[in-house]
Design a protein. Sequence first.
Length: 467
Amino acid sequence: MGFLPKKLRSSRSASSFSKQKSKKLSKKSSHTSRFSPEQIINDEDGDGDAVGREQFVTCSCISLATGSFTLTGVTSLTASLGNNNNNNNGRSSSAFSNGTFDEGSYSEEDEVLLSHTQQQQPPLQQLQPSKIFLRTADLPHMKISATHSRHSSFSSLSESELVNHIHIPSSTPPLSTMEHDMNESWVALDDGNGNKAPLAEAAMEALVKTALEACMDRSMWTPNGGTAKLLKSGVWEDTIFDNSPLVLHSHTNHQHPPNPQNQNKAVRIPHPKGSKGESDVLVWSGTWSHTYYGHDLPAIRCEAIVNMSPSSLAKLLVDSSRVKEYNKMSIGRDDILVLHEDDKWVTKICVAKTKPPMLGKILVLKNLLHMEELPGGGEEVGYVIVSRAVAHAQEDDAAADVEDPSKVVHSEMLMGLNVIRAVEGEEDRCVLINLNHLRSPMIPMMFAKKLGLSAAVNFINDIRALC
Protein backbone atom coordinates (compact mmCIF):
# COMPACT_ATOMS: atom_id res chain seq x y z
CA MET A 1 0.00 0.00 0.00
CA GLY A 2 1.32 3.45 -0.92
CA PHE A 3 0.87 6.52 1.30
CA LEU A 4 0.59 9.98 -0.25
CA PRO A 5 1.25 12.82 2.21
CA LYS A 6 -0.63 15.42 0.16
CA LYS A 7 -4.02 16.84 1.15
CA LEU A 8 -5.79 15.11 3.99
CA ARG A 9 -8.65 12.95 2.76
CA SER A 10 -11.25 10.63 4.19
CA SER A 11 -9.83 7.16 4.76
CA ARG A 12 -13.05 5.23 4.40
CA SER A 13 -12.94 2.35 1.95
CA ALA A 14 -14.87 2.30 -1.30
CA SER A 15 -17.21 -0.38 -0.02
CA SER A 16 -18.14 1.67 3.06
CA PHE A 17 -19.02 4.62 0.81
CA SER A 18 -21.27 2.39 -1.27
CA LYS A 19 -23.16 1.18 1.80
CA GLN A 20 -23.74 4.72 3.07
CA LYS A 21 -24.40 6.39 -0.31
CA SER A 22 -28.20 6.68 0.08
CA LYS A 23 -27.80 8.10 3.57
CA LYS A 24 -25.34 10.76 2.40
CA LEU A 25 -27.51 11.75 -0.59
CA SER A 26 -30.38 12.59 1.77
CA LYS A 27 -28.04 14.84 3.77
CA LYS A 28 -26.75 17.07 1.02
CA SER A 29 -24.52 19.87 2.15
CA SER A 30 -23.11 22.87 0.40
CA HIS A 31 -19.50 21.89 0.96
CA THR A 32 -17.27 19.24 -0.55
CA SER A 33 -15.58 16.48 1.44
CA ARG A 34 -12.14 17.67 0.32
CA PHE A 35 -10.26 19.96 2.68
CA SER A 36 -6.79 21.36 2.89
CA PRO A 37 -4.79 21.05 6.12
CA GLU A 38 -5.32 24.81 6.68
CA GLN A 39 -9.08 24.48 6.38
CA ILE A 40 -9.15 21.70 8.94
CA ILE A 41 -6.87 23.46 11.39
CA ASN A 42 -8.53 26.89 11.06
CA ASP A 43 -12.13 25.76 11.31
CA GLU A 44 -12.71 27.12 14.79
CA ASP A 45 -16.16 28.64 14.33
CA GLY A 46 -17.88 25.31 13.87
CA ASP A 47 -19.75 26.45 10.78
CA GLY A 48 -19.31 23.13 9.00
CA ASP A 49 -16.74 24.33 6.52
CA ALA A 50 -14.36 21.64 7.66
CA VAL A 51 -14.52 18.02 8.70
CA GLY A 52 -16.86 17.29 11.59
CA ARG A 53 -16.28 14.96 14.46
CA GLU A 54 -18.06 12.09 12.74
CA GLN A 55 -15.41 11.92 10.00
CA PHE A 56 -11.88 10.48 10.34
CA VAL A 57 -8.97 12.52 9.03
CA THR A 58 -5.73 10.90 7.93
CA CYS A 59 -3.35 10.64 4.98
CA SER A 60 -4.87 9.35 1.77
CA CYS A 61 -4.13 5.67 1.01
CA ILE A 62 -4.04 4.02 -2.36
CA SER A 63 -4.04 0.23 -2.62
CA LEU A 64 -1.37 -0.82 -5.11
CA ALA A 65 -2.04 -4.54 -4.66
CA THR A 66 -3.97 -7.05 -2.63
CA GLY A 67 -2.91 -10.57 -1.76
CA SER A 68 -2.22 -13.19 0.84
CA PHE A 69 0.69 -14.51 2.89
CA THR A 70 0.58 -18.22 3.70
CA LEU A 71 2.04 -20.03 6.69
CA THR A 72 4.75 -21.47 4.43
CA GLY A 73 5.95 -18.00 3.47
CA VAL A 74 4.37 -17.80 -0.02
CA THR A 75 3.23 -14.31 -0.97
CA SER A 76 0.70 -13.84 -3.77
CA LEU A 77 -0.13 -10.35 -5.03
CA THR A 78 -2.79 -8.97 -7.40
CA ALA A 79 -2.59 -5.40 -8.67
CA SER A 80 -5.46 -3.24 -7.42
CA LEU A 81 -7.48 -0.59 -9.24
CA GLY A 82 -5.35 2.52 -9.29
CA ASN A 83 -4.68 3.28 -12.95
CA ASN A 84 -6.63 3.27 -16.17
CA ASN A 85 -4.64 0.48 -17.77
CA ASN A 86 -6.41 -2.37 -15.97
CA ASN A 87 -8.38 -4.85 -18.01
CA ASN A 88 -11.74 -3.13 -17.64
CA ASN A 89 -12.86 -2.86 -21.23
CA GLY A 90 -11.61 0.71 -21.51
CA ARG A 91 -13.66 2.01 -18.60
CA SER A 92 -12.17 3.87 -15.69
CA SER A 93 -13.62 4.87 -12.39
CA SER A 94 -14.72 8.48 -12.11
CA ALA A 95 -14.12 8.23 -8.36
CA PHE A 96 -10.38 7.96 -8.90
CA SER A 97 -8.54 11.02 -10.14
CA ASN A 98 -4.80 11.58 -10.05
CA GLY A 99 -4.36 8.68 -7.67
CA THR A 100 -6.91 9.99 -5.10
CA PHE A 101 -10.40 8.87 -4.20
CA ASP A 102 -13.33 11.27 -4.54
CA GLU A 103 -16.17 10.31 -2.20
CA GLY A 104 -18.73 12.43 -4.00
CA SER A 105 -18.06 10.84 -7.38
CA TYR A 106 -18.24 7.22 -6.19
CA SER A 107 -21.14 5.26 -7.70
CA GLU A 108 -22.54 1.72 -7.75
CA GLU A 109 -20.95 1.31 -11.20
CA ASP A 110 -17.57 2.05 -9.63
CA GLU A 111 -18.11 -0.71 -7.07
CA VAL A 112 -18.92 -3.22 -9.81
CA LEU A 113 -15.88 -2.05 -11.78
CA LEU A 114 -13.63 -2.37 -8.71
CA SER A 115 -14.81 -5.91 -8.02
CA HIS A 116 -14.44 -6.89 -11.70
CA THR A 117 -10.91 -5.48 -11.89
CA GLN A 118 -9.70 -7.31 -8.80
CA GLN A 119 -11.08 -10.60 -10.10
CA GLN A 120 -9.70 -10.25 -13.63
CA GLN A 121 -6.20 -8.96 -12.85
CA PRO A 122 -3.68 -11.85 -13.11
CA PRO A 123 -1.54 -12.40 -10.01
CA LEU A 124 2.04 -11.18 -9.95
CA GLN A 125 4.87 -13.70 -9.69
CA GLN A 126 4.73 -15.51 -6.38
CA LEU A 127 7.66 -15.05 -4.02
CA GLN A 128 8.57 -18.60 -3.03
CA PRO A 129 10.79 -19.58 -0.11
CA SER A 130 14.11 -21.25 -0.86
CA LYS A 131 14.07 -25.04 -1.00
CA ILE A 132 17.74 -26.13 -1.20
CA PHE A 133 20.28 -25.48 1.55
CA LEU A 134 23.97 -26.33 2.03
CA ARG A 135 26.13 -26.82 5.12
CA THR A 136 29.05 -24.38 5.20
CA ALA A 137 30.42 -24.34 8.78
CA ASP A 138 33.41 -26.49 7.80
CA LEU A 139 34.32 -24.28 4.83
CA PRO A 140 36.95 -21.78 6.08
CA HIS A 141 36.67 -19.69 2.89
CA MET A 142 32.91 -19.13 3.23
CA LYS A 143 33.14 -15.96 5.32
CA ILE A 144 35.39 -14.08 2.90
CA SER A 145 33.47 -15.38 -0.14
CA ALA A 146 30.19 -14.21 1.40
CA THR A 147 31.72 -10.77 2.07
CA HIS A 148 32.89 -10.47 -1.54
CA SER A 149 29.48 -11.60 -2.75
CA ARG A 150 27.71 -8.94 -0.71
CA HIS A 151 29.95 -6.17 -2.02
CA SER A 152 29.48 -7.25 -5.63
CA SER A 153 25.85 -8.42 -5.68
CA PHE A 154 23.70 -6.85 -2.96
CA SER A 155 25.68 -4.02 -1.41
CA SER A 156 22.64 -1.72 -1.67
CA LEU A 157 20.80 -3.66 1.02
CA SER A 158 20.94 -2.33 4.56
CA GLU A 159 21.66 -4.58 7.55
CA SER A 160 17.96 -4.73 8.39
CA GLU A 161 17.14 -5.97 4.89
CA LEU A 162 19.53 -8.94 4.97
CA VAL A 163 17.79 -12.30 5.31
CA ASN A 164 19.22 -15.36 7.05
CA HIS A 165 20.32 -18.12 4.64
CA ILE A 166 19.67 -15.84 1.66
CA HIS A 167 22.19 -13.07 2.38
CA ILE A 168 23.82 -14.29 5.61
CA PRO A 169 24.98 -17.82 6.57
CA SER A 170 22.86 -18.86 9.54
CA SER A 171 22.95 -21.58 12.19
CA THR A 172 19.15 -21.79 12.12
CA PRO A 173 18.27 -25.20 10.63
CA PRO A 174 16.41 -24.83 7.32
CA LEU A 175 14.13 -27.78 8.08
CA SER A 176 11.93 -28.22 11.14
CA THR A 177 13.10 -31.83 11.52
CA MET A 178 16.69 -30.73 12.24
CA GLU A 179 18.16 -29.96 15.61
CA HIS A 180 19.60 -26.49 16.09
CA ASP A 181 23.39 -26.61 16.30
CA MET A 182 24.87 -23.20 17.08
CA ASN A 183 28.18 -24.28 15.49
CA GLU A 184 26.55 -25.14 12.17
CA SER A 185 26.00 -22.77 9.25
CA TRP A 186 23.55 -22.98 6.36
CA VAL A 187 23.06 -21.02 3.15
CA ALA A 188 20.29 -21.16 0.55
CA LEU A 189 21.32 -22.27 -2.94
CA ASP A 190 18.09 -21.31 -4.73
CA ASP A 191 15.68 -18.39 -4.54
CA GLY A 192 12.54 -20.53 -4.65
CA ASN A 193 11.89 -19.78 -8.33
CA GLY A 194 14.58 -21.98 -9.89
CA ASN A 195 17.37 -19.40 -9.82
CA LYS A 196 20.57 -19.12 -7.80
CA ALA A 197 20.28 -17.49 -4.40
CA PRO A 198 22.55 -14.49 -3.68
CA LEU A 199 25.07 -16.60 -1.72
CA ALA A 200 25.08 -19.62 -4.06
CA GLU A 201 28.24 -18.66 -5.93
CA ALA A 202 30.02 -17.81 -2.69
CA ALA A 203 29.16 -21.30 -1.42
CA MET A 204 30.48 -22.89 -4.64
CA GLU A 205 33.72 -20.97 -4.38
CA ALA A 206 34.26 -21.88 -0.72
CA LEU A 207 33.41 -25.53 -1.34
CA VAL A 208 35.82 -25.89 -4.28
CA LYS A 209 38.68 -24.17 -2.44
CA THR A 210 38.21 -26.26 0.69
CA ALA A 211 38.03 -29.53 -1.25
CA LEU A 212 41.13 -28.73 -3.32
CA GLU A 213 43.16 -27.72 -0.29
CA ALA A 214 42.24 -30.95 1.49
CA CYS A 215 42.99 -33.02 -1.59
CA MET A 216 46.49 -31.54 -1.93
CA ASP A 217 47.35 -31.59 1.79
CA ARG A 218 49.88 -34.43 2.05
CA SER A 219 49.79 -34.36 5.86
CA MET A 220 46.11 -35.31 5.89
CA TRP A 221 46.52 -38.62 4.07
CA THR A 222 47.92 -42.05 4.91
CA PRO A 223 48.60 -44.41 1.97
CA ASN A 224 47.42 -48.00 2.12
CA GLY A 225 49.96 -50.82 1.91
CA GLY A 226 50.10 -51.14 -1.87
CA THR A 227 50.28 -47.40 -2.42
CA ALA A 228 53.09 -47.02 0.12
CA LYS A 229 55.19 -49.46 -1.88
CA LEU A 230 54.56 -47.59 -5.14
CA LEU A 231 55.53 -44.30 -3.54
CA LYS A 232 58.86 -45.65 -2.33
CA SER A 233 60.00 -45.98 -5.94
CA GLY A 234 59.66 -42.21 -6.37
CA VAL A 235 58.21 -42.41 -9.89
CA TRP A 236 54.94 -40.75 -8.83
CA GLU A 237 56.57 -37.94 -6.87
CA ASP A 238 56.16 -35.31 -9.63
CA THR A 239 52.47 -36.14 -10.08
CA ILE A 240 50.81 -36.70 -6.70
CA PHE A 241 50.28 -33.75 -4.36
CA ASP A 242 51.53 -31.41 -7.09
CA ASN A 243 53.46 -28.63 -5.39
CA SER A 244 52.08 -25.97 -7.77
CA PRO A 245 48.69 -24.95 -6.31
CA LEU A 246 45.70 -24.71 -8.61
CA VAL A 247 44.46 -21.13 -9.05
CA LEU A 248 40.69 -20.84 -9.32
CA HIS A 249 38.30 -18.38 -10.92
CA SER A 250 36.85 -15.96 -8.39
CA HIS A 251 33.11 -15.57 -8.91
CA THR A 252 32.61 -13.21 -5.96
CA ASN A 253 35.76 -11.04 -5.79
CA HIS A 254 35.44 -9.05 -9.02
CA GLN A 255 37.71 -6.23 -7.87
CA HIS A 256 40.83 -8.32 -7.27
CA PRO A 257 40.53 -11.62 -9.16
CA PRO A 258 43.54 -13.97 -9.05
CA ASN A 259 45.87 -14.02 -12.04
CA PRO A 260 46.22 -17.63 -13.24
CA GLN A 261 48.78 -16.80 -15.92
CA ASN A 262 51.78 -19.16 -15.79
CA GLN A 263 50.43 -20.80 -12.60
CA ASN A 264 48.03 -23.53 -13.72
CA LYS A 265 49.65 -26.09 -15.97
CA ALA A 266 49.39 -29.68 -17.16
CA VAL A 267 51.03 -32.39 -15.05
CA ARG A 268 53.68 -34.93 -15.89
CA ILE A 269 52.94 -38.64 -15.51
CA PRO A 270 55.44 -41.47 -14.91
CA HIS A 271 54.08 -44.13 -17.25
CA PRO A 272 53.56 -44.07 -21.06
CA LYS A 273 50.40 -45.37 -22.69
CA GLY A 274 50.32 -49.15 -22.90
CA SER A 275 52.82 -49.74 -20.10
CA LYS A 276 52.06 -51.88 -17.07
CA GLY A 277 52.49 -49.00 -14.69
CA GLU A 278 49.65 -46.95 -16.17
CA SER A 279 47.17 -49.28 -14.44
CA ASP A 280 48.37 -48.16 -10.98
CA VAL A 281 45.69 -46.89 -8.59
CA LEU A 282 47.00 -45.00 -5.57
CA VAL A 283 44.68 -44.78 -2.55
CA TRP A 284 44.85 -43.03 0.81
CA SER A 285 42.63 -42.65 3.87
CA GLY A 286 42.48 -39.57 6.04
CA THR A 287 40.58 -37.56 8.63
CA TRP A 288 39.58 -33.92 8.81
CA SER A 289 41.14 -31.50 11.24
CA HIS A 290 37.86 -29.66 11.93
CA THR A 291 35.29 -30.71 14.54
CA TYR A 292 32.14 -30.08 12.50
CA TYR A 293 29.52 -32.47 11.21
CA GLY A 294 31.00 -35.79 10.00
CA HIS A 295 34.58 -35.09 11.10
CA ASP A 296 34.77 -38.50 12.80
CA LEU A 297 34.19 -40.40 9.55
CA PRO A 298 37.14 -41.42 7.35
CA ALA A 299 37.74 -39.76 4.00
CA ILE A 300 39.20 -41.58 0.98
CA ARG A 301 41.51 -40.21 -1.70
CA CYS A 302 42.62 -41.96 -4.89
CA GLU A 303 44.66 -40.94 -7.93
CA ALA A 304 45.22 -42.63 -11.28
CA ILE A 305 45.91 -42.16 -14.98
CA VAL A 306 42.86 -42.32 -17.28
CA ASN A 307 43.27 -42.58 -21.06
CA MET A 308 40.59 -40.03 -21.82
CA SER A 309 40.77 -36.31 -22.61
CA PRO A 310 39.96 -33.96 -19.70
CA SER A 311 36.81 -32.61 -21.36
CA SER A 312 35.51 -36.08 -22.23
CA LEU A 313 35.91 -37.27 -18.66
CA ALA A 314 34.33 -34.11 -17.25
CA LYS A 315 31.29 -34.47 -19.51
CA LEU A 316 30.96 -38.14 -18.52
CA LEU A 317 30.93 -37.43 -14.80
CA VAL A 318 28.53 -34.48 -15.05
CA ASP A 319 26.01 -36.18 -17.37
CA SER A 320 23.43 -37.84 -15.11
CA SER A 321 22.13 -40.01 -17.97
CA ARG A 322 25.52 -41.79 -18.21
CA VAL A 323 26.07 -42.75 -14.55
CA LYS A 324 25.16 -46.39 -15.17
CA GLU A 325 28.05 -46.67 -17.66
CA TYR A 326 30.61 -46.58 -14.86
CA ASN A 327 28.53 -47.43 -11.76
CA LYS A 328 27.04 -50.89 -12.08
CA MET A 329 25.11 -50.51 -8.80
CA SER A 330 23.35 -47.34 -9.97
CA ILE A 331 19.65 -47.40 -10.72
CA GLY A 332 19.71 -43.82 -11.97
CA ARG A 333 20.59 -40.21 -11.22
CA ASP A 334 18.13 -37.40 -11.89
CA ASP A 335 18.70 -33.65 -12.13
CA ILE A 336 15.92 -32.04 -10.09
CA LEU A 337 17.14 -28.45 -10.38
CA VAL A 338 19.68 -26.93 -12.79
CA LEU A 339 20.93 -23.54 -11.60
CA HIS A 340 23.54 -23.03 -14.34
CA GLU A 341 24.83 -25.09 -17.26
CA ASP A 342 27.37 -24.45 -20.01
CA ASP A 343 30.65 -25.98 -21.19
CA LYS A 344 32.71 -24.26 -18.50
CA TRP A 345 30.35 -24.17 -15.52
CA VAL A 346 27.58 -26.48 -14.29
CA THR A 347 25.65 -26.18 -11.03
CA LYS A 348 22.72 -28.49 -10.33
CA ILE A 349 20.95 -30.56 -7.70
CA CYS A 350 20.86 -34.31 -8.33
CA VAL A 351 19.22 -37.34 -6.74
CA ALA A 352 21.24 -40.54 -7.18
CA LYS A 353 19.99 -44.02 -6.32
CA THR A 354 22.16 -47.11 -5.99
CA LYS A 355 21.32 -50.67 -4.99
CA PRO A 356 24.33 -52.45 -3.48
CA PRO A 357 24.20 -56.24 -3.94
CA MET A 358 22.87 -58.48 -1.17
CA LEU A 359 21.70 -55.60 1.03
CA GLY A 360 18.17 -55.32 -0.33
CA LYS A 361 18.19 -51.55 0.26
CA ILE A 362 18.27 -48.52 -2.02
CA LEU A 363 20.83 -45.90 -1.11
CA VAL A 364 19.65 -42.36 -1.97
CA LEU A 365 21.96 -39.36 -2.22
CA LYS A 366 20.63 -35.85 -2.83
CA ASN A 367 23.61 -33.68 -3.75
CA LEU A 368 24.77 -30.41 -5.10
CA LEU A 369 26.96 -31.13 -8.15
CA HIS A 370 29.18 -28.31 -9.34
CA MET A 371 31.73 -28.39 -12.19
CA GLU A 372 33.98 -25.61 -13.41
CA GLU A 373 36.83 -25.29 -15.84
CA LEU A 374 40.17 -24.47 -14.25
CA PRO A 375 41.68 -21.12 -15.28
CA GLY A 376 43.91 -21.66 -18.26
CA GLY A 377 41.41 -23.84 -20.13
CA GLY A 378 39.85 -27.24 -19.59
CA GLU A 379 41.85 -29.07 -22.24
CA GLU A 380 45.10 -27.30 -21.29
CA VAL A 381 44.75 -27.51 -17.48
CA GLY A 382 41.65 -29.45 -16.44
CA TYR A 383 38.40 -29.34 -14.49
CA VAL A 384 37.19 -29.61 -10.92
CA ILE A 385 33.90 -31.24 -9.88
CA VAL A 386 32.58 -31.02 -6.31
CA SER A 387 29.51 -32.52 -4.68
CA ARG A 388 27.91 -32.21 -1.26
CA ALA A 389 24.66 -33.30 0.36
CA VAL A 390 21.89 -30.70 0.53
CA ALA A 391 18.90 -30.22 2.78
CA HIS A 392 15.75 -30.13 0.68
CA ALA A 393 12.38 -28.81 1.79
CA GLN A 394 10.75 -31.54 -0.33
CA GLU A 395 12.78 -34.46 1.02
CA ASP A 396 10.07 -37.05 0.34
CA ASP A 397 10.38 -36.48 -3.41
CA ALA A 398 13.72 -38.33 -3.45
CA ALA A 399 11.96 -41.68 -2.96
CA ALA A 400 8.74 -40.88 -4.80
CA ASP A 401 9.34 -43.51 -7.52
CA VAL A 402 10.46 -46.30 -5.16
CA GLU A 403 7.87 -49.05 -4.75
CA ASP A 404 8.73 -49.75 -1.10
CA PRO A 405 9.83 -46.55 0.70
CA SER A 406 10.82 -48.61 3.75
CA LYS A 407 13.79 -49.93 1.74
CA VAL A 408 15.18 -46.45 1.12
CA VAL A 409 18.25 -45.38 3.08
CA HIS A 410 19.18 -41.70 2.87
CA SER A 411 22.93 -41.13 2.87
CA GLU A 412 25.03 -37.95 2.72
CA MET A 413 28.03 -37.01 0.60
CA LEU A 414 29.82 -34.78 3.10
CA MET A 415 32.51 -33.93 0.56
CA GLY A 416 32.96 -35.25 -2.95
CA LEU A 417 35.68 -34.11 -5.33
CA ASN A 418 36.99 -35.06 -8.76
CA VAL A 419 40.01 -33.16 -10.04
CA ILE A 420 40.76 -33.82 -13.71
CA ARG A 421 44.31 -32.72 -14.62
CA ALA A 422 45.51 -32.41 -18.20
CA VAL A 423 48.67 -34.39 -19.02
CA GLU A 424 51.65 -32.58 -20.46
CA GLY A 425 52.03 -33.38 -24.17
CA GLU A 426 49.16 -35.93 -24.31
CA GLU A 427 45.72 -34.55 -25.16
CA ASP A 428 43.91 -37.88 -24.84
CA ARG A 429 45.07 -38.65 -21.29
CA CYS A 430 44.44 -37.13 -17.88
CA VAL A 431 45.07 -37.69 -14.19
CA LEU A 432 41.95 -38.23 -12.08
CA ILE A 433 42.05 -37.42 -8.37
CA ASN A 434 38.97 -38.52 -6.42
CA LEU A 435 38.05 -37.63 -2.83
CA ASN A 436 35.05 -39.11 -1.03
CA HIS A 437 33.73 -38.39 2.44
CA LEU A 438 30.47 -40.32 2.88
CA ARG A 439 28.01 -40.76 5.72
CA SER A 440 25.59 -43.68 5.45
CA PRO A 441 23.58 -45.70 7.99
CA MET A 442 24.24 -48.71 5.75
CA ILE A 443 27.99 -48.63 6.47
CA PRO A 444 29.11 -49.53 10.01
CA MET A 445 31.93 -47.31 11.28
CA MET A 446 34.31 -50.27 11.64
CA PHE A 447 33.95 -51.11 7.94
CA ALA A 448 33.79 -47.56 6.53
CA LYS A 449 37.50 -47.27 5.76
CA LYS A 450 37.86 -50.72 4.18
CA LEU A 451 34.76 -50.35 2.04
CA GLY A 452 35.77 -46.83 1.03
CA LEU A 453 39.21 -47.92 -0.20
CA SER A 454 37.70 -50.79 -2.20
CA ALA A 455 35.03 -48.55 -3.73
CA ALA A 456 37.66 -46.00 -4.82
CA VAL A 457 39.66 -48.61 -6.74
CA ASN A 458 36.50 -49.97 -8.36
CA PHE A 459 35.46 -46.47 -9.41
CA ILE A 460 38.76 -45.87 -11.24
CA ASN A 461 38.70 -49.28 -12.93
CA ASP A 462 35.08 -48.79 -14.08
CA ILE A 463 36.03 -45.43 -15.62
CA ARG A 464 39.02 -46.99 -17.35
CA ALA A 465 36.81 -49.70 -18.83
CA LEU A 466 35.14 -47.00 -20.97
CA CYS A 467 38.41 -45.82 -22.54
